[in-house]
Design a binder for this molecule. Structure first.
Ligand SMILES: [Fe+2]
Length: 225
């Protein structure tokens, strides 16, 4: 199963059409995926999506899959950006879009760690959620700070590596950090983060890599979702 993708058209920077989404899903089905949790961005200044809007998109995708005899299920999730609006929603215990047994996917700016990251992780956990940090290997503030990686792990923040980071698709630094997370068993999930056909091609390449094979020996949690 996969827990990170952008497969609802026109609500973020992911796929542009239902056809594109359907084509990518049918390819993922051929690769052996049975369940896809799709996670549109929720970023107030760019993509102010709501759980209801995402659920409606997922319902349509499931209809399209059934019509086209693709046996796979799609579930709704979101990739929450840690902005002030999200911080407020967490603080006021607003209903957030989680999947599985309370998992919630979060992302941060690429350069700098939000000052309130640890506090938000703690509050989410206190509210019964299990936060997962999307692609930690891509954040500059983690690439240069192994101690911070350890301390976030210690807080119980789950880590999700993008499969395409394993071949260096995003950057050498991201690949190096992914390798470090794998070597030190600090990765809990692997995911595609597919936005388009190009990303699908990169994932197909990366699942043939040696590093991907090594991940299969880790106690990953994907199958628990
Ligand atoms: Fe994403």
């Amino acid at each position: 199963m996969d827990l990170h993708s952008h497969l609802i058209p026109d609500i973020d920077d992911g796929v542009k059409t239902w056809d594109e989404s359907l084509e990518i899903l049918s390819q993922l089905c051929k690769l052996g995926y049975k369940k896809i949790i799709t996670t549109p961005h929720i970023i107030q200044n760019y993509y102010p999506n709501t759980p209801d809007k995402i659920r409606a998109g997922v319902a349509k995708l499931n209809e399209l899959l059934a019509e086209n005899n693709i046996s796979m299920s799609i579930e709704a999730g979101a990739e929450y950006y840690l902005d002030d609006v999200f911080a407020k929603q967490v603080e006021t215990k607003e209903d957030l879009l989680s999947f599985g047994n309370g998992y919630i996917l979060i992302e941060t700016p690429f350069m700098n760690k939000p000052l309130f990251l640890e506090e938000i992780v703690f509050t989410l956990q206190a509210n019964g959620y299990k936060p997962i940090l999307a692609h930690p290997e891509r954040y500059a503030y983690l690439q240069n700070n192994k101690e911070l990686i350890h301390s976030l792990n210690f807080l119980g923040l789950f880590m999700q590596i993008n499969i395409s980071s394993l071949t260096g698709y995003y950057s050498k630094e991201a690949q190096k950090t992914a390798r470090y997370l794998i070597d030190t068993s600090q990765v809990h999930f692997l995911a595609s983060d597919i936005h388009n056909h190009k990303h699908l091609a990169e994932v197909k390449k990366a699942i043939k890599s040696k590093l991907f094979q090594r991940c299969r020996q880790l106690p990953l949690l994907n199958s628990t979702l």
